[in-house]
Design a protein around this ligand. Structure first.
Ligand code: NAD
Length: 501
């Protein structure tokens, strides 16, 4: 069974202090108008890490005023793309200089595996900035060859003031996948990190200032969803809201945008993604892909492959292999370099996952392994695999957002496609096969924003991803995400002596 190494002596990095706990508005760290604070919790122990200034409507108002001023009168949107690029590179360099401290903050606040944060997520943030910095001076319109006696061209202009609302599962990646293209486009912004994970976002605000990003361009206001988050969505002076979170809250975001100034929105929402493993698959690869797809980041990932469909010819052998590998998957203190899975984000979420596991048992699915909490403190859960799952069971329909896999069997390619699409969501899908025809046919038949063949989580900042169906709309990553922060203006003049004069 997976073992716990809580309180490990192998910790890689010790944080001496939490430096940034206040709101960052107009280039300054400030208390909230109400003076209220909230606790951010260490999921390894349930203990308080720090108290954070709690942003509310009045603080969002101040941040929007600063961002509006910076957009309407400040240098950022007026800089050449090359100047924005230069400052974004500086910001990226500073992130790399502080990689250990930033990784420790995400491990402490979000239960992230420290080594992974240090080697992938934090350096990835710097790479996001550099990728979009490289695009900042290549934002062009087009010359139009018009059918009437007119000539025209288009300009791509920044959409204005953006509100970014982010969840707790990837505090760093979510921050930079949104902020980097918006900065490159010349927008100004307010970021509301999730209330569970405000620490790195505030640190990034500090680094942005050090890099020379002008005051008011990047404001960070931690606070709760129904207060600070809702104030962003209904604000009359915000032009665009980029939201990542649950489908239920996504609906509220759209309603608030419609009821206020019709601001544009993009929504990255929930998922219940399928992984299809065909008879010709390499068993080792298939089991590795299935485990990674469900246990990476403790299953707290929107694109998790929480429905695994295996073709009947290899089902039994696959199940055996999967169990073997699941038993070797180490759960424990995320600062321990041998650990692959840390604690779930909060007590509330931990309870929610365990209640889904109880549902699974009650509905008649078989527990192949796991199903229980680990240890007597913190929010650790065993890697959990259910077999004999039916597609209409709750564990096969609802997003659990934890280390819980539902294993099912299929006979034909047609049946696999039908089952894969049997969900309200459409974020991602995985396919494991050596047959190119099967891979191509299935890829084109699944209604989801990204399909991985013989791998999972094949993310790259130049490859867009996003939702079909109730997983939302709009794309993150890639140049697609830059274009959403730009709007097109057409400029038209008559050709001399044309009838339009
Ligand atoms: P959540 O929707 O509860 O919260 C997300 C963010 O929205 C937080 O910052 C929260 O404070 C804010 N919020 C909450 N209520 C709000 C309101 N009324 N108005 C405005 N903002 C509000 O989601 P969560 O529990 O933090 O995250 C888990 C969910 O996020 C899962 O459903 C997961 O699939 C989804 N998610 C999706 C993606 C993606 O890329 N599609 C990525 C990560 C997480």
């Amino acid at each position: 069974m997976a073992s716990l190494r809580n309180g490990s002596t192998k910790s890689l990095f010790k944080l001496r202090e939490i430096k940034f706990t206040k709101l960052f508005i107009d280039g300054e760290f400030v208390d909230s108008v109400s003076g209220r604070t909230f606790e951010t919790i260490d999921p390894r122990t349930g203990e308080v890490i720090a108290r954070i200034a709690e942003g509310d409507k009045e603080d969002i108002d101040l941040a929007v005023k600063a961002a509006r001023r910076a957009f309407d009168h400040g240098p950022w949107p007026r800089f050449s793309g090359a100047e924005r690029r230069r400052l974004m590179w500086k910001f990226a360099d500073l992130i790399e200089e502080h990689v250990e401290e930033l990784a420790a903050l995400d491990a402490l606040d979000a239960g992230k595996v420290y080594l992974r944060a240090k080697t992938a997520e934090i350096p990835g943030a710097a790479e996001f900035l550099r990728f979009f910095a490289g695009a900042a001076d290549k934002i062009h319109g087009e010359v139009l060859k018009m059918s009437s006696e007119l000539q025209g061209y288009t300009l791509r202009e920044p959409v204005g003031v953006v509100g970014h609302i982010i969840p707790w599962n990837f505090p760093t990646t979510m921050f930079f996948m949104k902020v980097s293209p918006a900065l490159a486009a010349g927008c100004t912004m307010i970021v509301k990190p999730a209330e569970q994970t405000p620490l790195t976002a505030l640190y990034y605000a500090h680094l942005a200032k050090l890099a020379g990003i002008p005051d008011g361009v990047l404001n960070v206001v931690p606070g709760f969803g129904p207060t600070a988050g809702a104030a962003i969505c209904s604000h009359m002076d915000i032009d665009y809201v980029c939201f990542t979170g649950s489908t239920d809250v996504g609906r509220l975001v759209m309603q608030a945008a419609a009821a206020s100034n019709l601001k544009q929105v993009s929504l990255e929402l929930g998922g219940k993604s399928p992984l299809l493993i065909f008879d010709d698959a390499d068993l080792d690869t298939a089991a590795d892909v299935a485990l990674l797809g469900n246990l990476y980041n403790k299953g707290e990932i929107c694109v998790a492959s929480s429905r695994v469909f295996v073709q009947e010819g290899i089902y039994d052998k696959f199940e055996k292999k999967l169990l073997e590998k699941a038993k070797a998957w180490l759960v424990g203190d995320p600062f321990d370099p041998t650990v692959r899975q840390g604690p779930q984000i909060s007590e509330r979420h931990f309870d929610r996952i365990l209640s889904y596991i109880e549902h699974g048992k009650r509905e008649g699915a078989t527990l192949l392994t796991g199903g229980k909490p680990i240890g007597d403190k913190g929010y650790y859960i065993e890697p959990t695999i259910f077999t004999n799952v039916k597609e209409d069971m709750i564990i096969a329909k609802e997003e659990i957002f934890g280390p819980v896999m539902a294993l099912m069997k299929f006979k034909t390619v047609e049946e696999a496609i039908k089952s894969a699409n049997n969900t309200q969501y459409g974020l991602a899908a995985g396919i494991v096969t050596k047959d190119l025809n099967v891979a191509n046919t299935v890829s084109r038949s699944i209604r989801a924003g990204i399909i991985w063949i013989n791998c999972y989580f094949g993310f790259s900042m130049d490859c867009p991803y996003g939702g079909y169906k109730m997983s939302g709309f709009g794309r993150e990553y890639g140049l697609e995400s830059l274009y959403k922060y730009l709007q097109i203006k057409s400029v038209v003049t008559p050709i001399y002596n044309s009838p339009w004069l």
